[in-house]
Ligand binder design. Structure first.
Ligand code: SAM
Ligand code: SF4
Length: 618
């Protein structure tokens, strides 16, 4: 008996992709999805552990489910992703409402575990002993949820760094990526109208930054075979995707050795990462070419072999070992976006050392300068934009260290930067080694100070684009357009998220949500990774809980559209009416930039839309 599933995703792009893959696998098996938890008999949370706040949200959701399960004993609840991996069975002991736990390295097992959990639950409900216990009068009766969770451990977590050896080469997780159900109806970025997709190239991380749980929850770095990646991009292009974003924690460290690859059941297996060459300018991998596919090779392959992908981008880059070979491919490939998300984390060399980031501030700037020298061409409407991440309040951070971070922002001139308060995470090196000695009020004040500084810089960077004509990817109607039509719903949405809201007339800042340009870290941005909020899987694919449906936008009157430049800067423009506006969603058009706000550009269509003779710009 197949059930309706509610799947909510927290955290980063990697989780978004995992949820899409899980969703596809479950749909193939006959499950349906609902965005209303109350309608679901299976509730799954795909979790993030990067910061504590993201986990707290899940604890509170589980508390709600415990109450519900005492009324609906056949409800099945699952915790997927990093929190399952990090907490292990402890989580089930604390929250017996949980039936299934699956770590990010075991997601391919979910369909089997879910089926098992549903069957176990049904047989438990039929069991006369369960019924007898359930009919025991209060207060002797055990709580129904506890009673029915007994013996339902379907845990496959705790597989930390499972692919650390080639003995783990039979990587069944790869099958989940390979079996991706590419369906234009259910695919795609949350606001890119099914035209934007993620493709994983590397799983896990070997960096061990001292504050970070990712190497522990997602395991060792494993690179997917290039042919699998190119094939997936081709299938996405055939399904009508315009934009692909390649994903990896240190995406530029991608490296696949063909001589060492193992084939099992006719499938080339993903490959354990190796220590990568040092040095910023290291483009010369002596084995590159016949035996080794580097990241630069991979980009060139996708660009050449999949011309249907009109925009190719990647996140997240690590500041070390970003060679000129990669920059050259970016420069020479017209469909590669000139955008690099390359977190610095702090402007203090002392703290970089404590964080184990393995570069200095001057090495970081050596890379930014080199990248800009090769790729920044505003004169042809192709500037290079750079985004960053910063952590405030890392242990021992002094006012001088904080000032160094302020200075780094001034010099880096990011188009935006995600700013996080340090959150000590169990299992990391930092929590054991360093006391969390920066008071929360100080973290908050420093966070706000960096944020305000960055907002000024973002506005200046955006101002440099005014007057230019740039191609943009139209992601949908802007939130303002939706809000105009549904003021009450939008007010409710912004009340729940606590975000700064957008006004096109120029006052407060933007919070348009795209697969890449998430909220520019606000003081409330306390979730993991670079995304805030969460998203829910619907029958039509993932939908952000920050989004409101555009279906109620009126058919007549001008409609404000949202788009993204290749450098991932949000741009707004108006279309005369909704019918004409809808024709543009998912397309790439040229905008003449006429103005800007702190976090967004304002523009107007530069041309009649190619291939859309009926769309007249009025
Ligand atoms: N792999 C990417 C890199 O190294 O730049 C980033 C991935 S990480 C999951 C996303 C961001 O979360 C990091 O860049 C860092 O700024 C932030 N982050 C990670 N652990 C954190 C922690 N314990 N407290 C606060 N922020 C953290
Ligand atoms: Fe890896 Fe990034 Fe976490 Fe460092 S911050 S350990 S590079 S995921």
């Amino acid at each position: 008996m197949k059930r309706a599933v509610y799947l909510e995703t927290f955290g980063c792009q990697m989780n978004e992709l995992d949820s899409e893959l899980i969703g596809g696998a479950l749909r193939t098996l006959g499950y349906t999805f609902t965005d209303q938890p109350a309608e679901a008999s299976v509730v799954l949370y795909n979790t993030c552990s990067v910061r504590e706040h993201a986990e707290q949200k899940v604890w509170s959701r589980l508390g709600e489910m415990a109450v519900r399960k005492s009324r609906e004993p056949d409800l099945v609840v699952g915790v997927l992703g990093c929190m399952a991996e990090r907490e292990g069975e402890k989580l089930m002991r604390r929250m017996p409402v949980v039936d299934i736990m699956v770590g990010p390295g075991e997601l391919d097992k979910l369909p089997g575990l879910l089926d098992n959990a549903i069957r176990t639950r049904l047989s438990l409900l039929d069991d006369p002993r369960t019924q007898r216990l359930a009919s025991t009068p209060w207060p002797d009766r055990p709580k129904t949820a506890d009673l029915l969770s007994a013996g339902q451990v379907a845990l496959q977590g705790n597989a930390n760094r499972r692919s650390a050896t080639l003995a783990a080469a039979q990587d069944t997780l790869e099958l989940l990526d390979l079996s991706r159900a590419i369906d234009p109806e259910t695919l795609g970025g949350k606001s890119a109208a099914g035209k934007s997709a993620y493709v994983r190239i590397t799983r896990g991380c070997n960096k061990f930054c001292t504050y970070c749980v990712v190497p522990f929850t997602r395991g060792a770095e494993v690179h997917r075979p290039p042919e699998h990646i190119v094939d997936e991009c081709k299938r996405l292009a055939d399904a009508g995707m315009t934009e692909v974003t390649l994903l990896g924690q240190t995406v530029n460290h991608y490296r696949f050795e063909h001589g060492a690859s193992v084939s099992i059941g006719g499938i080339t297996q993903p490959q354990k990462g190796r220590a990568y060459g040092v040095g910023g300018d290291a483009s010369g991998d002596p084995h590159r070419g016949e035996h080794v596919t580097t990241f630069a090779d991979l980009l060139a392959m996708i660009h050449e072999r999949v011309p249907g992908i009109l925009r190719l981008r990647f996140v997240t880059s690590f500041p070390r070992s970003f060679g000129n070979d990669i920059l050259q491919v970016m420069r020479d490939s017209p469909r590669m976006c000139r955008y690099i998300h390359v977190p610095a984390q702090t402007g203090s060399d002392r703290l970089l050392k404590l964080m184990n980031r393995q570069y200095t501030v001057s090495e970081y700037f050596e890379f930014l300068d080199r990248a800009r020298a090769m790729l920044h061409q505003p004169e042809i409407g192709r500037p290079l934009t750079i985004a960053g991440d910063m952590i405030v309040g890392f242990p021992t951070e002094t006012p001088e260290d904080h000032q160094a971070s302020m200075d780094l922002l001034s010099r880096a001139r990011y188009k935006n930067c995600y700013i996080f308060k340090y959150s000590p995470r169990p299992g990391t090196i930092a929590i054991d080694k360093y006391a969390d000695d920066v008071p929360d009020a100080v973290k908050r004040a420093r966070n706000n100070e960096l944020l305000l500084h960055q907002n000024t810089i973002s506005e200046q960077v955006g101002g440099e684009f005014v007057g230019q004509t740039m191609s943009v990817f139209v992601t949908g109607m802007s939130k303002l357009a939706v809000r105009r039509a549904r003021p009450a719903a939008a007010a409710a949405a912004s009340a729940t998220t606590g975000r700064v809201s957008l006004t096109i007339s120029g006052k407060p800042t933007s919070s348009e949500h795209s697969p890449h340009t998430h909220e520019h870290a606000s003081p409330d941005n306390d979730d993991g990774c670079s995304i805030s909020g969460s998203s829910v899987m619907t029958e039509q694919g993932p939908r952000s809980t920050l989004e409101t449906a555009s279906a109620t936008t009126p058919a007549s009157g001008p409609v404000q559209m949202a788009a993204r430049t290749e450098g991932d800067v949000i741009a707004f423009f108006e279309m005369p009416n909704r019918t004409k506006a809808e024709l543009l969603i998912g397309q790439i058009v040229r905008l003449r930039m006429t103005g800007n706000q702190p976090l967004a550009l304002l523009g107007e269509l530069a041309d009649a839309v190619p291939g859309q003779a009926n769309v007249q710009v009025s």
